[in-house]
Design a protein around this ligand. Structure first.
Ligand code: CGF
Length: 839
């Protein structure tokens, strides 16, 4: 490998290279050059989007040098590499993050100002790649940031969906979905690598044949073949030279134009194959906690996994590494079960395509994979009908049967013929039809299995994966989730960043545990004053956004009480709305009531087919309509639903929150990561003992956290003794009034039928126990209101929350993955200019 000769790094030099220099003058020149040569515009004709593109290319130039160097060093050193397989990567806009990680935010801001442009406006022009539903995809994005920042060689592998998560509009209070067209104006951050395309087979049949040594092997004769084209995006670490790669795969037809069909006069048929092949990566399934047993989804999963593993094998061959060392070269992480088919695919590649025997292939496979489970919800545990599976992946089904047979033999050996246990552990579910259980495949094929929070990992071992835990306890571990402080503090909350840095320096951005040092200022009146001022400015900013997007005017001095996340019954946005109705009724009953003014802010998308979740959105908007225009209420209570929650829109939200709502039914939220983003930005949490709420509470101190509600044990016990939600309703006049109002059409212009499904569900079944948690929640909210009135106390609590969130950096989580699961070391990257020291 010839390393590129790089020039012009040093800003102190007389003349910087236009592609790498970071002085203000150089940046301006490079920007105008890109506007001209890439966008083909001069300033008089340029649109804001042209300016955004010119700036993006200017920044990309500065990444490329690091990216090329990183790849060169990894190749030279044959570095052990993490391959993070995820069907979702919710990256958010790249530009701002790259400016932070390159350390050139201020210079670029100045350069833009000098060119009479507003950097904020240009940042807003970026169409975000919404290639994920929520927590799981965003976690993958935070982990890529940390992996690069910790200088760990990494490849992120996923799908380049043409249409990501839908855009959400609110019409008449209802969610309306609009196709997301993020690629419409081009994507300056990616580079296509058609030279590394791979073929992926589907369907057909298998047949036996003998290899050169006379051993039986299997050949797969597919029904169709699709091409996978990789698109690479550089992922730069924070203030390091490491730029790793996110490699997303697009499906294409091997021959996009069928001349035979064309010659036969079948004009439409001539492009048929192209259309069906490309459909594969057209659209992201917009469900976060349920799977649909749809063929296209299984095709997507197999497609990207096969592309990824073939790509890894190509890298091994290029680096002249023997395939027996696959597990030494790559640590492959399965982000949930979506990529679990990788276990069977790696086996197939090693057995059928590389002529390996079963035992060594199986040893390599098990040593290669780690599996992260993200949910206990039964509806999220993927299983595929045998019929579908065998028609699409006939060879994989044979391999899975063989894995299962061998595995169940071991189970019999250890536990004897306990048929119940064998049935529960089997990779094939035979209870009600026959299905392949993907979580089981992932467990058997991996050397480590982790949950994403202490409670979640414990529950996995005690419930969902109990049988596996009893069989191989040593495989199980916990790695509590984390989020990157670069995006979620530095980029989102620059004012708070400056305040913290002015007190303790900027080391905390790389080592978030260091932020603890601001604890000494928690009672300092000057610091508190500045802290409050920043929070207020962030709230004013959100108030402007709310006015602009919803037309609702809110008071920045009211308590900003925020719940932003996917809309789901277990997350209980409707419990929050019951509190809003209760406050409303209290004021109506006593118009002079001196209550702590609150603004309740909601945002989040509902899966398009999830009727009750959509009805919850409608309920929030309906309550908002009544509350916000009632003159008796005034500024004491406002309810707002901010449409189209995504990474970009969420960034101003966390810094503006006083109160973070984390109110899921205990035992249902695996981890949560929004809870971390809020607390890092100084919001106090009202929450149940669920997911990482427990660990956040332990870290910030019980006295700085508003706890309420049933515990996981309480939930289980109550369910066992017979839960009767209607009793709570009958016995609690406030609750009864709120429910009756919803049922009677008070919030729906007299329409009694609109919310009936929701009301009936709550009174008859209430699967997420809102009725039982209602009063403790209301009482706890009362305590919140009281505490908010004690300004000094609140500020101290807020500062302590930020100060004690060090553990929840994704850097900590990634260090744990590296030590416990991946056994991988940092590989620092030096730029050629730095090495020679000659600039
Ligand atoms: O993964 C989730 C989220 N919905 O994406 N799960 N899934 N699937 C969990 O529900 C969250 O609790 C968790 O924080 C997130 C990332 O692990």
């Amino acid at each position: 490998i010839q390393e590129p000769q790089l020039q012009g790094q040093d800003t102190g030099m007389q003349c910087e290279d236009d592609r790498t220099g970071i002085g203000v003058e150089t940046l301006k020149r490079a920007f105008l050059d890109n506007l001209f040569y890439v966008q083909g515009k001069f300033p008089a004709l340029a649109t804001k989007h042209d300016y955004y593109m010119a700036l993006a290319y200017t920044v990309r130039d500065r990444l490329l040098q690091r990216w090329v160097n990183t790849a060169a060093i990894y190749t030279q050193q044959g570095s052990r590499t993490v391959a993070y397989l995820s069907a979702e990567f919710l990256m958010g806009p790249h530009l701002g993050n790259n400016l932070i990680n390159l350390g050139i935010y201020n210079q670029v801001q100045q350069a833009m100002t000098e060119l009479k442009l507003d950097l904020k406006e240009l940042l807003a022009k970026e169409e975000e790649p919404g290639l994920g539903n929520g927590g799981l995809g965003r976690l993958a994005a935070c982990y890529l940031d940390s992996l690069a920042s910790l200088e760990i060689p990494t490849l992120g592998y996923g799908i380049r969906y043409e249409f990501g998560i839908f855009d959400q509009l609110i019409r008449n209070g209802w969610q309306v979905e609009k196709t997301d067209k993020w690629l419409r104006y081009g994507n300056p951050w990616e580079i296509a690598r058609p030279e590394w395309a791979v073929s992926v087979k589907f369907g057909g049949r298998t047949e036996a044949h003998k290899n050169a040594q006379g051993r039986y092997r299997v050949r797969w004769i597919p029904h169709k073949v699709v091409l996978g084209i990789p698109y690479d995006t550089p992922i730069l670490g924070y203030k390091v030279n490491t730029a790793n790669t996110l490699r997303l795969w697009k499906a294409e037809a091997p021959e996009s134009f069928d001349f035979e069909a064309f010659n036969r006069g079948n004009y439409y048929g001539a492009v048929d194959q192209k259309v069906t092949s490309e459909n594969l990566t057209k659209v992201l399934y917009p469900n976060d906690e349920t799977y649909e047993g749809k063929q296209l989804r299984l095709e997507q999963q197999y497609f990207f996994v096969s592309c990824a593993l073939q790509d890894m094998l190509r890298i091994m061959l290029r680096q002249k590494l023997p395939l027996e060392q696959f597990h030494e070269k790559f640590a492959v992480q399965l982000n949930d079960t979506h990529p679990a088919i990788a276990v069977a695919e790696l086996m197939r590649l090693l057995l059928d395509e590389h002529d390996m025997d079963w035992e060594p292939a199986w040893e390599i496979t098990q040593k290669t994979f780690g599996y992260t489970n993200h949910t206990l919800l039964p509806e999220a545990l993927e299983k595929w009908s045998l019929k579908l599976f065998s028609s699409l992946l006939p060879r994989h089904l044979e391999i899975i049967y063989e894995i299962n047979w061998r595995f169940l033999e071991q189970v019999r050996h250890k536990f004897g013929t306990d048929e119940g246990r064998i049935g529960r552990l089997s990779l094939i579910d035979e209870n009600d039809g026959k299905f392949v259980r993907m979580a089981h495949l992932a467990c058997v094929g991996s050397h480590k299995i982790n949950g994403v929070a202490a409670l979640h990992s414990e529950l996995l071992q005690k419930t969902t994966l109990l049988d596996f835990y009893e069989f191989f306890p040593e495989k199980f571990t916990n790695i509590t989730n984390g989020v990157t402080p670069r995006r979620w503090i530095v980029l989102s909350n620059p004012k708070l960043t400056n305040l913290i840095t002015s007190c303790i320096g900027d080391n905390w951005i790389k080592h978030l545990e260091d932020v603890q040092r601001i604890e000494t200022y928690a009672e300092d009146p000057g610091f508190q004053q500045e802290w409050q001022q920043i929070k207020r400015e962030n709230k004013v900013n959100v108030a402007e956004i709310l006015l602009d997007r919803t037309g609702v005017k809110v008071d920045p001095d009211s308590l900003f009480d925020i719940q932003v996340k996917r809309i789901h019954q277990y997350k209980r946005q409707h419990l929050n709305i019951l509190h809003a109705i209760t406050l409303y009724n209290q004021i109506k009953q006593n118009p002079n009531l001196d209550i702590t003014p609150r603004t309740l802010i909601f945002a989040g998308k509902a899966a398009p087919g999830y009727y009750i979740a959509k009805l919850i959105i409608k309920l929030i908007n309906s309550v908002a309509e009544v509350v916000n225009k009632d003159p008796d209420i005034g500024d004491r209570l406002k309810v707002v639903f901010l449409p189209d929650y995504n990474v970009k829109n969420s960034q101003p939200i966390y810094p503006a929150a006083d109160l973070s709502e984390q109110i899921s039914t205990a035992g249902k939220e695996a981890s949560g990561t929004g809870n971390m983003k809020f607390a890092m930005n100084g919001a106090l949490t009202i929450g149940t003992l669920d997911g990482t709420n427990i660990e956040i509470r332990n870290a910030v101190g019980a006295e700085n956290f508003f706890l309420f509600g049933l515990t996981t044990e309480d939930v289980g016990a109550l369910r066992l003794t017979g839960y009767r939600p209607r009793e709570y309703y009958k016995e609690n006049p406030q609750l009864k009034q709120a429910i009756d109002q919803i049922a009677s059409g008070y919030f729906s212009h007299g329409d009694r039928s609109l919310f009936k499904p929701l009301v009936d569900l709550l009174l008859d079944k209430d699967p997420f126990m809102l009725m039982a948690d209602y009063q403790p929640y209301i009482d706890c909210q009362q305590q919140v209101s009281q505490t908010y009135r004690d300004r000094d106390r609140w500020l101290q609590m807020s500062i302590l929350n930020t100060a004690r969130m060090g553990k929840f950096s994704s850097d900590r989580a990634i260090r744990e993955y590296c030590q416990q699961i991946w056994k991988v070391q940092p590989v620092p990257v030096q730029l050629a200019a730095e090495k020679t020291g000659d600039g």
